[in-house]
Design a protein around this ligand. Structure first.
Ligand code: GLC
Ligand code: CA
Length: 578
């Protein structure tokens, strides 16, 4: 089955290399790549804007909101999974990579969205789910039909062991990572759900198909791709059981060694070389060293990557927000490995809302803490990604029962953990309410009309709208100069007019505090100081000198300090030029 693998081993003998230290700077004559100054925005199409009144977001709706994004200052949009899919995992189980999901419209609708976005200077990045397909994809349908068909090797088929699956690996969405297909008596591997079989990247014909799909979309004029679960594409050469504590979760059984890098370089050479296409990897389960190796320009693998290690992992859940984010930034945004351009983010469609996670629990500080988080996000080195709704300070949804959830991960977990008696419904629901991916997937809150203007009054939205939409919505916030939305637009403008908040040298000037996070960004022309009070209480901070000007504050009546003592109110954030 794995014969194709052997022949590649000789080609890829090199051990993991650290990025080339000799090309630390782009020559002054070359303009910086667009992603260094761009602000990106993720759209989860199902929840962004319904354009035809069926309760599901779509490309007609997205095209109608291009002006909103352009006014906000957005330069690039990452469109989450949008291809034809039976929706076992909301589009992350693709049936046809060259067809728009009918729920989201037609290819014409997509083309209209792309041209509207392009006209307004917004680049489009598509989400390529290439670790797995749907079990309804024609490749898999053919692959499972017999043991000896040409598509068999497009997937990972293996014999069982001792009457059970080949290994003890478990899938991310629960249950074993192997499913027996009775027709041929073999098991197939699925890192995620049963309906998401992993493809076999070792097969050159499979890779060719994937690369052709990228060329197809590139020819339409998209600017780049986000690669879903990309750190799972290489599998270990020898299948073996993992210690029970490690058998849960995909990052444990993927091969993050030379095979992963080899495959990324192969894709880069075949599709990206000689083009200006951008690529960003969802780099789950790998450490900083691997990420720098995947993303250093001199390695020719990916442009950038979303990092999840450190503060976003469970290990760090108990750390206070300021301490977690400081540690994450030090390692991610301010990693100064030559040739690595980071990506910075606080929310995407797989995580709860940032303001509910890192902000104040007190309603009176919601707006302030949402602005404080945006101040930080937009004053880091790296391409910032804003997730839809983050710019208006959307919060987690007040979930009550399991029926309120749509996510396969929530529903499978209920079945596996609660119905089997492993944990109580109460404990499970309490955890889910805080951490569920559906927190980020409730419809975008546009205005005060029924269903927050996401869909027409008579339609039923696919997932309930957060009842707080009368207060938190784009239309009201647009009118209000003190809103989170207005603040976000200002912060984006500041980022674009103060190159030092993007490229300046970083110095953490509050390294000990658990609630106050302050850092300087310095270049030849001066220093900006960013001060963030992650607390329901006031704080003091001593400045190195009397500041020259106040760039922005999240409280409208904050004045330029006249001496070197800064008195901060709860959740106050400001940027000062020293
Ligand atoms: C990524 C996606 C997530 C999806 C999973 C499987 O983590 O962001 O939404 O469920 O991959 O494709
Ligand atoms: Ca629709």
């Amino acid at each position: 089955m794995k014969t194709s693998r052997r022949s590649f081993l000789t080609l890829s003998g090199a051990a993991i290399l650290l990025p080339d230290q000799t090309h630390a700077k782009t020559p002054a004559s070359e303009p910086a790549p667009w992603w260094e100054t761009a602000v990106a925005y993720e759209i989860y199409p199902r929840s962004f804007q319904d354009g035809n009144g069926d309760g599901i977001g779509d490309f007609i709706g997205m095209a109608n909101r291009v002006d909103y994004l352009a006014d906000l200052g957005i330069d690039a949009v990452w469109v989450a999974a949008c291809f034809d899919s039976p929706n076992a995992d909301n589009g992350y189980d693709v049936r046809d990579y060259r067809k728009i999901m009918p729920d989201f419209g037609t290819m014409d609708d997509f083309d209209r969205f792309l041209s509207r976005a392009t006209q307004r200077g917004i680049r489009v990045i598509l989400d390529m789910v290439f670790n797995h397909t749907s079990d309804e994809h024609p490749w898999f349908v053919r692959s499972r039909a017999s043991r000896d068909n040409p598509w068999r090797d497009f997937y990972h088929w293996h014999d069982g062991k001792n009457g059970g699956p080949p290994t003890n690996w478990n899938a991310v969405f629960g249950g074993p990572a192997w499913t027996l297909d009775p027709a041929t008596g073999q098991y197939y591997l699925h890192t995620f759900a049963v309906k998401q079989p992993d493809v076999n990247w070792e097969n050159p014909d499979l890779r060719k198909e994937l690369y052709d799909i990228l060329r197809f979309w590139a020819a339409k004029g998209v600017s780049g791709f986000r690669f879903d679960a990309i750190t799972s594409i290489a599998k270990p050469a020898i299948l073996s059981d993992l210690p029970a504590r490690l058998a849960n979760g995909y990052h444990n059984f993927a091969d993050h060694g030379e095979r992963m890098h080899f495959l990324l370089r192969d894709m880069n050479r075949e599709v990206f070389a000689g083009t200006s296409l951008y690529s960003v990897g969802e780099a789950y389960g790998v450490d900083r060293r691997q990420i720098t190796a995947m993303t250093a320009a001199s390695r020719h693998e990916l442009t950038s990557a979303f990092r999840f290690d450190l503060v976003l992992g469970n290990k760090h859940k108990t750390m206070p927000a300021a301490a977690r984010l400081r540690a994450f930034n030090a390692s991610n945004a301010f990693d100064d490995t030559p040739n690595v351009w980071p990506l910075v983010w606080l929310e995407d469609h797989d995580f709860p809302r940032a303001v509910s996670r890192y902000g104040s629990r007190r309603p009176e500080y919601r707006q302030r803490s949402a602005k404080l988080l945006l101040t930080m996000l937009l004053s880091l080195r790296g391409t910032p990604y804003i997730y839809q709704g983050q710019e208006i300070g959307m919060e987690n949804y007040p979930f009550r029962s399991i029926d309120d959830y749509n996510d396969i991960s929530a529903r499978n977990g209920w079945h596996e953990q609660v119905e089997s008696g492993k944990i109580t419904a109460r404990a499970y629901l309490a955890d889910l309410a805080q951490n569920s991916r559906d927190n980020a997937r409730t419809p975008m809150q546009w205005d005060t009309s029924p269903h927050a203007g996401f869909t027409t009054a008579s339609a039923t939205p696919w997932l309930a709208v957060n009842p707080n939409y009368k207060t938190i919505n784009a239309a009201s916030e647009k009118q209000d100069k003190k809103s989170v939305l207005s603040y976000c637009a200002r912060m984006i403008r500041i980022r674009k007019t103060h190159p030092r908040v993007i490229h300046g040298r970083y110095k953490d000037v509050s390294p000990e505090s658990e609630t106050l996070y302050a850092y300087e960004r310095t270049d030849r022309t001066g220093t900006d100081l960013i001060v963030l009070n992650f607390s329901d209480r006031p704080a003091q901070f001593f400045l190195p000198r009397t500041p020259a000007s106040l760039v922005i504050s999240n409280i409208s009546d904050t004045a330029l300090p006249r001496d070197t003592t800064l008195h901060l109110r709860p959740w106050e954030s400001l940027i000062l030029t020293l």
